[in-house]
Design a protein around this ligand. Structure first.
Ligand code: SF4
Length: 110
């Protein structure tokens, strides 16, 4: 059985999962059994958009989508559809977090 995140982890330092508390959530992913390529859209334009939508449809049924997204944000994953988001969407989430943190720091210092 192929598991997207298991395959994905092979390219990462071995301790990535081992050091992740509660990493067993990966076993509950709706992508278990999926071809990992399904979550790595290629191409451009409508083809790319259709591939993203296809992967996102799997994530929308996933009971661990929040855990997966948190992991993808923590690890700064930059390649796959994870937690129902594209790498660009996660980059936006991270930028917005940074902006909010800086604004909170400025407010606290004012
Ligand atoms: S959110 Fe998507 S990529 Fe993450 S475990 Fe669930 S189905 Fe897999």
């Amino acid at each position: 059985m192929t598991h997207l995140l298991s395959v994905y982890t092979l390219a990462r330092p071995v301790d990535t999962w081992a050091s992740s508390p509660g990493a067993a959530w990966q076993d509950a992913g709706a992508c278990i059994g999926s071809d990992p390529a399904r979550f790595h859209p290629s191409g451009w334009g409508e083809k790319h958009a259709a591939q993203v939508a296809d992967a996102r449809a799997v994530c929308e049924t996933c009971q661990v989508v929040a855990e997966c997204l948190a992991w993808a944000l923590d690890t700064r994953d930059g390649h796959a559809i994870l937690g129902g988001t594209t790498p660009a969407e996660r980059a936006t989430i991270l930028r917005n977090r940074q902006r909010r943190a800086k604004a909170a720091q400025r407010k606290a210092g004012a």
